[in-house]
Structure formats: C-alpha cells, structure tokens
Design a protein around this ligand. Structure first.
Ligand SMILES: Cc1cc2nc3c(=O)[nH]c(=O)nc-3n(C[C@H](O)[C@H](O)[C@H](O)COP(=O)(O)OP(=O)(O)OC[C@H]3O[C@@H](n4cnc5c(N)ncnc54)[C@H](O)[C@@H]3O)c2cc1C
Ligand code: SF4
Length: 539
C-alpha cells in the first residue's frame, strides 16, 4: 500500500474544469470562452481528457445534424473543410435471415430521416473542434483521467487525477506520480454515457430522485476499407429485424464515408433477457447478411470499437446541477433515443451549461432547467419521450404503443420507468442456449483478432481498473448465469479458466457494458492510468 503522505501532489486551480473532451465538453469550453470575451470576464478554463490523444477514446456512427451548429460556431460553413459528405440516399430495411425489405419512405417518421445531414468521423470533428478551442486559449490536458472526488462537509472540494507508475501490487515504481489535485469554482462533468464521476455525484446528491431509470444499448462498430465497385458515397442504411428476435430492441447501420471507407455497426439494447446472448457475435452475424456482406466483399477491416449509448429519455435526465457542479452531454443522458443521435444534443447541452455559468457571473440569475426548457433541445427530447419505454417491449408492440400514445396523449403523458438493465436478465436455466457460428476470418473475426484494430495500449504493470465489489458473486455469475461476462464484454476481458475468472484488463475498450449489465452489479469500472485504453482512429 502507498503511504500517500510521502508524496507531493501537484495542485492546480482553474475557474472552470471540464471533465471529458467529447462534443459536449469542448463545446461547453468554447461557448464559455466566447461569452466571457463578450462580457469582458476573465475565466481560466481547462478540459481534462483521459485518452492518449484528443478523440482516441471516442466512438460514434456518425450521422451529424449540423442544423444548430451555428449556435456554437456561426461561421462553421466557411471555416470547415471536414463536412464534405452529405447523406444522399437514406434507406431503412427490415431484415430476415436471407432477405431484406425496403421500408417505403412515406411511412418513415420524420425524426428517422437523415437526408442532407452529414456522414462524419466524430474523432476527426473533435480534433478539429479542439483546435478551435485552443485558438481561444482553452487548455486541454490529454492522458489525464479524473478519478476521485474529494468532499468536505458534503461539498466537493477538489478532483484528483489518476496515479502513474504504480505496480499491480500497489507499490510505487521509480517514476511514481501520485496525481494532480484540481481545484475549481465550477466543475462540469462531460464524461459521456455512464460517466464514472458523474455516477458518484448523481448518487451522492440523489440527483435522479423521481426520475426514470437511465438505460443503455451497446454499440459495436468497425471501419472497413472497401472495393470501389461496392462503394457508394453518401449512401446510408439502417436495419431492424434479423439477427436478433423482434423482442429485443436492436438494429444495424452502414454508412458510406469518404475514400472508400464504410462504418458498419450494430446496436443492441442492454435490456435483453437471455444471458446466452453475445452482442459481439450478433454483430458478426449481422455482417454475414447478404445486404451487408456485399459491401464488405474483398474489403479489409481497419478499426474496431464499442461503447454504450444512452437509451433513456427526457424523464431520465437527472437534476442538472448541484452546488457548483453541472452535468452535460451523454453523462446526463442528452441523447435523442428515438433517432439515436447525441452529437448535436450534447453540443447544445454544453452551450446551455456555459450560458448558465455566465448568467450567474453577470448577476442574471437563471435556473439551468429554465434555460434548457426554452431551447429546441427540450422540444426535441420532449417529442422523443416514452420512445424507449415502448420499444424495449419489442418491435411490433413498441410501434403499436407509440402510435396509440401519439393519437391519444400526443406525448403529453410522462410514463414511469424504473427497470435497470441488469435487473432484466434471466437465469441461464430458463433461457435457450445460443450457438454462434465459427468466425470465417474473412468478414467475421474472433474478439482477440478484432482487438488488433482497436490499437490498445496499456501499461501491463498497474492495478486492474476493473474492481469487484464482492468476490462471492463471481460464483453466482458462473453457476446461475453461465459465465455471462464472457459474452456481454465485447473485448475478451473476462475469461473463465476452469472455474476461475481471469481479468485481461489490458483488453478493455472502456465501453462500460460490464458496469451496466452485470446481474449483481458486482463489477466497478474505474479509470486506469491516463492515456491507457483504445487508441481509435477516425471512429
Ligand atoms: C456506435 C455509436 C454510434 C453512434 N451514432 C451516432 C450518430 O450517428 N449520430 C449522433 O448524433 N450520435 C451518435 N452516437 C452518439 C454520440 O456519439 C454521443 O451522443 C456523443 O458522442 C456524446 O458526446 P459526449 O461529449 O457526451 O460524450 P463522449 O463523446 O463519450 O465523450 C466523453 C469524453 O470524456 C472522456 N472521459 C470520460 N471519463 C473521463 C474521466 N473520468 N476523466 C477524463 N476524461 C474522461 C472520454 O474519454 C471521452 O473522450 C453514437 C454512439 C455510438 C457509441
Ligand atoms: S471490461 Fe467492461 S468496459 Fe471493458 S470492454 Fe469489457 S465490458 Fe467494456
């Protein structure tokens, strides 16, 4: 054990600290700086990011709704050379095992239409956005994970970042660095879905009291370089139906990006019941479908990753601020769960937080919730309300309930929903075993082969960042759920050798599924050494 008193912490102090350099965090920083210049205020702003390089932990689809980007960057159209690839053809298919049926455009709801939105790499966009932030003298620290919240008299005093160079027995190595204490006037949590510190703050201050549960889906995605003859720039496909049965809210996507690259992925709600389901293997199956397979023919997988996505709605968003702490982006659940779009909503939530802070500084006191309620974001999420609650019940029933709800209540009703994903799982004895096909190493691969494309980098000699709350539950997972963690984890982190669970933490993609789906909530994902984890490119 470390004698922490022996080591000196570095202390830093900023007016505003933002945890997470995703779309919400960086947008918030930019808006804060713009407003502080406008009102002639002096503000020091710092963004902390756990990934080795800006955006290297970020994964998205992504179709970007740029309609409101001018609220952050009025001249983005003239400045930006990134968005060249508009959606030209937007198709939705219902899949059976061997066939596919195009859904007529006329019956597709408006919120699912994407024509004229842009097909982007979120990573590239974030790199570009962070350069805009740096031009405004915003400091962005990479490779630093915010790990601990320190309270005094029920108030957060400072944040502590991760240690470096501590070995797996928790003994400091020669270059041990015990982390930074970060003091601030305002703390903004922008950690993305299932944020580590965010969860602690929500729990500590009971910010989700009387709110619906936050639920999640897991998105698994690959980038492929495909042959010219299979490539169709600007074409995007969304699918539902096969491979999962209609009772599980799930679907696939395939986006033709630029330069013969396609983004292909599968999204599955983590409310599934059968512990034999392996989201990773369902994705492998999806790629074998004739509609998808024809794009991949003679192509090459170049990137692989996974990340959970919020599936809650307006009524799952927690109280947004407490004392001097504000939660934004997917950390708070600002994602339109009916269209599964969260980039534009995260950006707007960052703008709202910035406006709230600046209003306070210029003595125009407004409640953050009141600012939020006057925006297009509130309207958009209001219209998407109850969607998840119905769709989780299965595809056909979900659609029927959505239509009934629209006709009779026009979405004015607030349905209660408090079923957490881990509670939905059944014991393995009550479910059918699923046998997945062997990988063909052409377009389906084992998890360990796929991980090569995630560019994982870990210091092997550090304590595992995956902690178990209670070791006795390990037997329960083995006996009652038939080693469920081997299947829900898309990265081969959990491996039973005989009856013993081995943790290959160096495979972890930071997707957070284990902390959501584990039946006994026994696994705690914690930030590891800053800069460790996947190093995604263009995801
Ligand atoms: C497979 C997939 C497909 C998607 N497709 C689309 C789409 O087509 N269109 C769309 O609009 N949205 C899509 N989304 C959703 C969209 O990507 C998210 O809504 C959006 O990225 C959320 O932004 P954010 O800033 O809240 O969080 P994130 O983008 O997750 O960024 C959070 C950042 O915080 C960092 N961080 C987290 N914790 C810490 C910590 N403790 N210390 C330091 N740093 C930390 C992370 O490394 C990360 O860089 C998709 C998501 C997935 C997973
Ligand atoms: S260990 Fe958990 S967070 Fe890491 S990849 Fe597996 S499921 Fe995701």
């Amino acid at each position: 054990m470390i004698n922490k008193k022996k080591y000196l912490y570095e202390n830093i102090n900023y007016d505003i600290i933002i945890i997470g350099a995703g779309p919400s965090g960086i947008s918030c920083a930019i808006k804060l700086k713009q407003l502080s210049i406008f009102f002639n205020l002096k503000l020091s702003i710092c963004v902390i990011e756990k990934s080795k390089f800006i955006s290297s932990n970020i994964i998205s689809g992504a179709i970007f709704n740029t309609k409101y980007l001018k609220e952050l960057l009025p001249n983005w159209k003239f400045k930006n050379l990134l968005f060249k690839n508009k959606v030209k053809l937007d198709l939705i298919y219902y899949l059976t095992r061997l066939n596919y049926y195009k859904i007529p455009n006329i019956i597709i709801p408006k919120n699912l239409k994407n024509k004229n939105k842009y097909i982007i790499s979120l990573s590239k966009f974030i790199i570009w956005l962070s350069k805009e932030a740096k031009k405004l003298n915003i400091e962005i620290f990479e490779s630093i994970a915010a790990k601990k919240i320190v309270y005094k008299n029920n108030k957060v005093i400072y944040i502590k970042t991760n240690e470096f160079n501590i070995n797996k027995y928790k003994i400091p190595n020669k270059n041990f660095f015990c982390g930074i204490k970060i003091y601030f006037n305002n703390l903004i949590l922008a950690e993305g879905a299932k944020g580590f510190l965010t969860e602690k703050i929500i729990l500590k201050y009971n910010l989700n009291k009387n709110k619906n549960s936050q639920n999640y889906s897991l998105g698994i995605k690959e980038l492929w370089k495909i042959k010219n003859k299979n490539y169709n720039k600007g074409l995007i496909l969304h699918t539902f139906g096969w491979p999962l049965n209609k009772k599980i809210y799930s679907g696939g996507f395939l986006y033709n990006m630029e330069n013969n690259i396609i983004s292909v992925g599968y999204i599955i709600s983590l409310s599934y019941k059968n512990p034999y389901i392996s989201p990773y293997d369902e994705f492998q199956k999806f790629k074998l479908h004739p509609l998808i397979n024809k794009f991949l023919e003679n192509g090459k997988c170049i990137s692989y990753g996974a990340r959970v996505i919020n599936l809650g709605d307006l009524n799952s968003i927690p109280k947004l601020n407490f004392n001097n702490i504000i939660i934004i982006g997917c950390s708070a659940g600002f994602l339109n769960s009916s269209s599964l779009k969260g980039i534009h909503t995260s950006i707007k939530s960052g703008i709202i937080a910035a406006e709230y802070i600046i209003y306070k500084k210029i003595n125009k006191k407004k409640k953050i919730n009141n600012i939020f309620k006057k925006t297009w974001l509130y309207k958009e999420l209001y219209n998407a309300k109850n969607h998840k609650i119905f769709m989780i019940k299965g595809f056909y029933l979900g659609i029927l309930l959505l239509i009934i709800n629209k006709i009779f209540y026009n979405k004015k009703n607030n349905l209660k929903y408090k079923k957490y994903d881990y509670k939905m799982i059944n014991l393995s004895n009550f479910e059918n075993k699923i046998k997945y096909k062997k990988y063909n190493n052409i377009n389906t691969f084992s998890k360990s082969s796929s991980l090569i494309f995630s560019n994982l980098k870990y210091n092997d000699n550090q304590p595992s960042h995956l902690k178990f709350k209670n070791k006795k539950y390990l037997n329960i997972n083995y006996n009652l759920y038939n080693k469920i963690e081997e299947r829900y984890c898309p990265a081969n982190v959990y491996e039973y050798i005989n009856k013993n669970l081995q943790i290959n933490f160096q495979n972890c993609l930071h997707c957070k599924t284990c902390s959501i789906k584990d039946p006994k909530q026994n696994i705690k994902w914690t930030p590891c050494e800053g800069g460790n984890g996947p190093n995604y490119l263009n995801m």
